[in-house]
Design a protein around this ligand. Structure first.
Ligand SMILES: NC(=O)c1ccc[n+]([C@@H]2O[C@H](COP(=O)([O-])OP(=O)(O)OC[C@H]3O[C@@H](n4cnc5c(N)ncnc54)[C@H](OP(=O)(O)O)[C@@H]3O)[C@@H](O)[C@H]2O)c1
Length: 527
């Protein structure tokens, strides 16, 4: 990190949590996530000298690979997806790293295939890892990363548990389970999943991933809010007029039709990433930086979201679906309904917005809009806090609506940073204009670890701050379940203001789409 000057610098407690060596199992090792994200993140951590010495990585899937073949495949993936383009080509580094990678053939539904895992994890039989150097120690800890489709989450947990490989108090070392998204499809299924995982793993050993929480600019929300004195006093209903949280993408759904068509934007994005951003933006200061204190505060936010009636939620929500169009690079985007594995009459939304409030002392009545969409002209994620207008006197009296309100933008990606807009005199003119103070992370550092690097290190350290607790997940689903039920009760062909689905052309700008879909009279004065 380039610390540009001698400004005060405080390294936060690093002794409380530190990553420990483990047997790092990746179920679904031949899949997309493992090859594009997990192994490249592990490799980047290795190159940064952050991976615990002694960590052994074990890829597991049904495909017939030898360990040598799997290493070669991972080499290609890591070279393509590592952040370290130059060093990544370093043969020596790769050779050393790859000697810690092994492959086990495993069908997660076949209970017999867990005997090998047991042999390694419980009986500590080194012969399972053919080629493990004689000097290499078998770590006592075990981490299972479930990079498989969600129907296998309970299956793997159960089979591990029945083989004695779960998080059993009598085991030496810890045994943790990292679970990918989606975590359930509604509140009931999330609760069922939790119940089945809890049979074999303690809640403290379950790490539910929301990779948004691993992003630097998202982690910074707590630092920014609670390490400064100047923002917190205005961070409430007395000063803030409204909050908008936006995550928009230029890409359509690509090859994910099979999954996406059964989910849609609300379940895929609002329930997790946007709700997490909401919690971090409005939560109260936690009693300490301990994971449980932070997660307790997030849960309080979720509990303070009102249980809206169907009518209220329809007035507060909008949904859209992209039609054929052209993306920002001028390439043709097919109609959503013509995408691979999407039903030709699908009413699944690819755009969703929901304006809600958090009815606690700090934020009561402040409208908070969460919005996300695919196949739009822009790609960015940000949180904007709009402050109230100044009193109608002096400049505000003269300018009316032409006097911009102050806003604070937390840009999550791209160009991570924070900017504060304020009004100032235009030099040489009797005029006033909005300007901004901008902080861009890229100007102070070029070190930007991938979200998966942070999350892997934290899971190896036992720091669950950036992972979703079971109650958080369920409460977030509760909000989305109401939204889904309201939409399901309305014909998709109805007027968008009454809950219908607005079809928009791929490549539409968010501004144009909002104009069409959001800024309707029903959103004014919603109750
Ligand atoms: N890809 C992403 O960018 C991304 C992003 C966020 C979350 N996720 C989540 O991550 C998980 C994995 O996604 P993915 O895109 O990597 O899926 P994927 O490419 O379809 O990979 C699935 C993996 O599961 C293995 N598998 C399937 N059936 C199996 C069985 N019966 N026994 C053992 N292994 C089996 C497959 O390997 P074999 O066929 O060789 O067995 C493959 O390695 C999903 O929950 C997804 O929602 C993915």
């Amino acid at each position: 990190m380039n610390i540009a000057d001698d400004s005060p610098y405080c390294r936060l407690d690093t002794t409380r949590f530190s990553p420990e060596p483990a047997l790092f199992f990746v179920f679904g090792a031949s899949g997309d996530l493992a090859s594009r994200k997990i192994f490249p993140a592990l490799y980047d951590l290795y190159l940064e000298k952050q991976l615990p010495v002694g960590l052994l990585m074990i890829g597991a899937a049904r495909r017939e690979y030898s360990t040598e073949q799997f290493r070669e495949i991972m080499r290609t993936s890591c070279m393509a997806h590592s952040r370290h383009k130059a060093e990544a080509l370093h043969d020596e580094a790769w050779h050393d790293f790859s000697q810690r990678i092994f492959y086990l053939r495993n069908d997660v539904e076949d209970t017999g295939s867990y005997a090998t895992i047991r042999k390694l994890v419980v009986e500590r039989d080194r012969s399972v890892l053919a080629g493990l150097g004689p000097g290499a120690e078998l770590p006592e800890n075990t981490l299972y990363y479930l990079a498989v489709t969600p129907e296998f989450f309970p299956v793997i947990a159960e089979n591990l548990g029945r083989s004695g490989c779960g998080s059993d108090a009598s085991s030496q070392g810890w045994r943790r389970l990292v679970v990918e998204k989606p975590y359930g499809k509604d509140q009931q299924s999330a609760a069922r999943l939790t119940e089945s995982l809890h049979r074999w793993f303690e809640e403290r050993d379950i790490y539910r991933i929301d990779h948004y929480l691993g992003k630097e600019a998202v982690q910074n929300l707590l630092h920014f809010r609670f390490a400064n004195t100047i923002f917190e006093p205005v961070w409430n209903r007395n000063y803030i007029d409204r909050i908008e949280i936006t995550v928009v993408e230029q890409e359509g759904i690509g090859t994910r039709g099979g999954y996406y068509d059964g989910f849609g934007a609300a379940r895929d994005m609002l329930q997790n990433h946007l709700t997490q951003l909401l919690c971090l933006t409005v939560m109260e200061p936690p009693a300490s930086l301990s994971p449980e204190h932070i997660r307790d505060e997030k849960v309080k936010v979720l509990r303070a979201i009102p249980e809206y009636s169907k009518e209220q939620i329809l007035a507060r929500a909008r949904r859209g679906q992209y039609m054929a169009g052209t993306d920002a690079q001028g390439r043709a985007v097919p109609d959503y309904r013509a995408e691979h594995k999407v039903r030709p009459d699908s009413a699944t939304e690819t755009y969703a917005s929901l304006t809600l409030s958090v009815e606690n002392w700090r934020f009561s009545d402040v409208p908070i809009t969460l919005r996300t969409g695919k196949a739009l002209a822009e790609k960015y994620s940000e949180i904007v806090l709009y402050f109230k207008r100044p009193p109608s006197a002096l400049f505000a009296a003269l300018c009316g609506d032409r006097l911009a309100t102050n806003s604070l933008t937390v840009r999550i990606q791209p160009d991570e940073g924070i900017w504060l807009s304020f009004n100032a005199k235009v030099p040489g003119e009797p005029a006033i204009r909005s300007n901004s103070l901008r902080f861009s992370y890229r100007e102070v550092t070029d070190y930007f670890p991938e979200a998966y690097e942070r999350l892997i290190l934290d899971a190896l350290s036992g720091d669950s701050t950036l992972f979703i607790r079971a109650d958080e997940s369920e409460l977030a689903w509760k909000v989305i379940d109401r939204l889904e039920a309201a939409w399901a009760s309305v014909e998709s062909g109805s007027n968008p203001e009454e809950g219908g689905l607005l079809r928009y052309s791929a490549g539409t700008s968010l501004k144009a789409l909002r104009h069409q879909i959001e800024e309707s009279p029903r959103l004014e004065g919603i109750s």
